[in-house]
Design a protein around this ligand. Structure first.
Ligand code: ATP
Ligand code: MG
Length: 431
């Protein structure tokens, strides 16, 4: 035997039964998006490298060390597997002038790629749900996007305050950040002796990112750093207050975290994260904010925008920690077929039942044929189906099928006419 080939490190197969949980979660997300007026968008997984360098900022973790970038061997183009999808959505919206007739509310579900050290809740291929509202400037949409997450948590069975918590901040406008940045550099320069190499390197290129450090030795100097909030002007403060007022009005608790900065350079005004204590250092389940300058920065006609991205793997881990299980999907019926000669007749009936909305798991032959009645009933039981449809030789000869209840001992076994399947199909569904 030749050596087996394994998946790439940090990139996971999503297999049954977990894959059914993914299907359930994605169904919940799609329903949520539809109810909020967000429409799906699908952009390529591979984008020009320049999109992310220009979009996310050169001095960000993602662009500096996490991107899967490569040269197209056919034509030398510099390409990257998308590490996130806001930049891709903005590119697509700009390329196709989607905002010419007003704002757009969009969402996506799909894989992202980052070259990180794989661990629980952190992978090299992972999946995000993202929601982006483009062309809207007001704090109303910020609040809508945050509340959309809250509704998702609720519908999945997570509890605010126990499983998730909202953190909020305002990053103000570029000129306010510049003033803050100058003050930050002065502060860190005054404490140069405690800065680590990473911080020293970023002191002049991106001092804000120093606030995000996980180095315990730097916590004190970060703690005492000047806060951006005190550099915000009246307009920025009014926007922030309006978001807060909406959250207060619907009773959504939050913590204002002045150190919340997010990993991409494109954010301004509102930023937020939904965090959990249940996943150790992979504690951010969902993060987002406003990015009013990104569209212009990527060459589009200036337009405001706001959005969030949610890590599906982390959300699923959190659900597990919180004891939430996806609803079990069981077939309505399992078709037991005793002889190969009955297969065409059985299949015709099963086809009619399925078209009528009944889920039917058909017993399928193995190398040794269909197998005994007994072994088929074992499978029927294990499938969790409510009924066994018995296509026995005698039944089929009479133009009938026997329907045997598998879960309800009080319900009698009954014979139905194959030709009338459309009429009795509903009874199998309503079990
Ligand atoms: P972290 O600080 O944990 O690295 P991040 O700030 O890099 O997160 P974002 O770029 O904001 O994350 O992405 C949004 C969400 O995607 C995160 O909150 C997280 O749930 C998820 N996510 C990010 N990177 C990974 C990864 N490597 N593996 C799994 N999920 C991830
Ligand atoms: Mg990261």
């Amino acid at each position: 035997m030749s050596e087996t080939i394994k998946a790439v490190k940090g990139m996971n197969d999503i297999l049954p039964p977990e894959s059914a949980t993914w299907d359930w979660l994605e169904g919940c997300v799609r329903s949520l998006m539809t109810r909020h007026g967000y429409v799906g968008v699908r952009t390529p997984i591979v984008e020009p490298t320049a999109l992310f360098v220009r979009g996310l900022g050169e001095v960000t973790d993602i662009v500096e060390k996490e991107m899967y970038s490569f040269e197209d061997s056919m034509n030398g183009d510099r390409l990257t597997l998308r590490p996130e999808n806001t930049a891709g959505v903005v590119r697509a919206v700009t390329e196709h002038s989607l905002l010419r007739d007003g704002g757009k509310r969009l969402y996506y579900i799909g894989p992202m790629f980052r070259h990180e050290r794989p661990q629980k809740g952190r992978y090299r291929q992972f999946h995000q749900v993202g929601a982006e509202a483009l062309g809207y400037a007001g704090p109303d949409v910020d609040a809508e996007l945050i509340l959309m997450c809250r509704m998702l948590w609720r519908e999945l069975g997570l509890v605010d305050g126990r499983d998730v918590r909202l953190e909020l901040n305002s990053l103000g406008q570029p000129e306010e950040r510049r003033a803050h940045r100058d003050a930050l550099i002065a502060h860190f320069e005054a404490h140069a002796e405690v800065l680590d190499d990473d911080a020293k390197r970023r002191l002049h290129s991106n001092p804000l990112r120093i606030l995000d450090t996980k180095n315990p030795a730097m916590q004190a100097v970060v703690e005492s750093a000047p806060q951006l909030m005190s550099f915000l002007g009246a307009e920025s403060l009014a926007h922030f207050d309006a978001v807060r007022a909406s959250l207060d009005a619907v009773g959504q608790p939050y913590r204002v975290n002045p150190r919340l900065v997010r990993g991409m350079d494109y954010y301004n005004l509102t930023v937020f994260e939904w965090v959990t204590e249940r996943l150790g250092s992979q504690g951010t389940v969902c993060g987002g904010g406003r990015y009013d300058t990104l569209i212009e920065q990527l060459g589009g006609k200036p337009a405001p925008a706001v959005g969030w991205g949610l890590g599906i793997e982390r959300l699923l881990l959190l659900l597990q920690e919180a004891g939430v299980a996806a609803p079990v999907v069981r077939p309505n019926a399992y078709a037991v077929v005793t002889s190969p000669a009955s297969v065409p007749v059985a299949l015709r009936t099963i086809d009619t039942l399925r078209a009528s909305g009944v889920s039917v798991l058909m017993h399928a032959a193995g190398r040794d044929g269909l197998g005994s009645m007994k072994s088929q009933f074992k499978r029927a039981d294990a499938s969790g189906a409510d009924y066994a449809l018995i296509f026995g030789d005698d039944e089929v000869a009479r133009g009938e099928v026997s329907v045997k209840p598998l879960r309800n001992a009080d319900e009698p076994q009954q014979a139905y006419l194959l030709a009338d399947a459309i009429d009795w199909a509903m009874r199998l569904r309503n079990a």
